[in-house]
Each structure stands twice: as C-alpha cells, then as structure tokens.
Design a protein around this ligand. Sequence first.
Ligand code: GAR
Length: 205
Amino acid sequence: MAEARVAVLASGEGTNLQALLDDPTVGSSIVLVVSDRGDALALERARARGAEAVFPDPGPFPDRAAYDRALVELLRSRDVGFAVLAGFMRVLGPEVVQAFPERILNVHPALLPSFPGAHGIDDAVAWGVKVTGVTVHLVDEEMDHGPIVAQEAVPIVEGEDRDHLETRIHQTEHRLYAPAVRALVEGRVKVEGRVAHVLEEAEHE
Ligand code: GAR
C-alpha cells in the first residue's frame, strides 16, 4: 500500500476526505486532491496536510468531455493510480472511467441502487423509507451504478431531524470508506460481472 498513489476528488466540505487523510494507511497515499469548486473546504483540508490541492475550473472548458480529458491529464501527470470520489458532484464521463478502469471508487449516502444522484439523503427521507445507508462502489460509466464494494444500513428514526440523519450517515461513511480504499489499492477487490468481491487481508497474502 505504501507505494499506491491516490487522488481524492471532492466538491464540498470534505469530511470524507478528512477521514481518509486521518487513516494511517490511506492518508499517506493521498498525493493529490482535486476539486471542481475553488471554494471547496476540501482544498484547504488537503493543504493543511501538505497534500497538493488543485482546482481545475470547469468554467472555461467547452464541454464535459474536454474537462474530463484535462482531469485525466492532471491525474496522469502526478502518476496517480487510483481516484477516490469524496462528494465530487460531477458525473465522470468515459474519458476518465476508461483511463482508470476499476480504479475509481465513490461513496454514496444511500443504499444503491435506491436513491442515486445528488440528493440521496433527501430522496430517501421523502420516500419514507425506514432504512437507508451508505454504499461504496466502483465507478463505471453510469451514475452511481458500478459494482458495490461496501454497504451498510442506517435505520431512519421516526421524527428524526434531517441534519441528525445526515450526521449519522456521514459517520458511517467515514468508517466504511478508508477500509474500502485500502482493499482496492491492495488489489483485494475482485470484480465478476457486476459483483465485487472483497478479499480479507489474510486471504490475499
Ligand atoms: C457525502 O455524504 C457523499 O456521500 C455525498 O456527498 C457528501 C460529501 O460530504 N456524495 C454524493 O451524494 C454523490 N452522489 P463531504 O464533502 O463532507 O465528504
């Protein structure tokens, strides 16, 4: 794992990025943090840890494909092997996905395939489900769709404040994400069709 070079892509607050930076194994592999928003707190969190933080502004790019090509160039220029999405609110197109096949991970605040998209928590609450959760999955060319690497349920408590639910979901994300990133970079995620199997560390030795 020591030699893995990981980029984290984040658009917002970056609490998941922080959890990854704080993980003793994953943290030291994060060589680059990329944000599509110049004011993302995630960029500051990266700089505070001495990780390179870059804001490629989507504004001047004519379309998504051009932006995605620039992203691939940026990641390759830093010799990055894995991309980890942590609240990156842009859909990555085929340019990026094909450049890093089965090497991009995403965390989503719902139990996929339920409630994909940018509002996983609100959509689950609006639907009135009694259980929601967190999904960590490989990124393919469809949104919030690739093979599931880790998943955990979070029950919705009757009458619970939405922000409280979000906090509990974030806590679950922060616990699940680093072990999933570790499994991926250590080559312990095996994909068969649309199913991802995660080997235990002992099984892999
Ligand atoms: C997280 O809850 C993550 O699951 C979600 O954005 C939040 C980012 O929080 N991602 C998506 O909804 C992707 N579809 P953070 O910036 O504090 O890590």
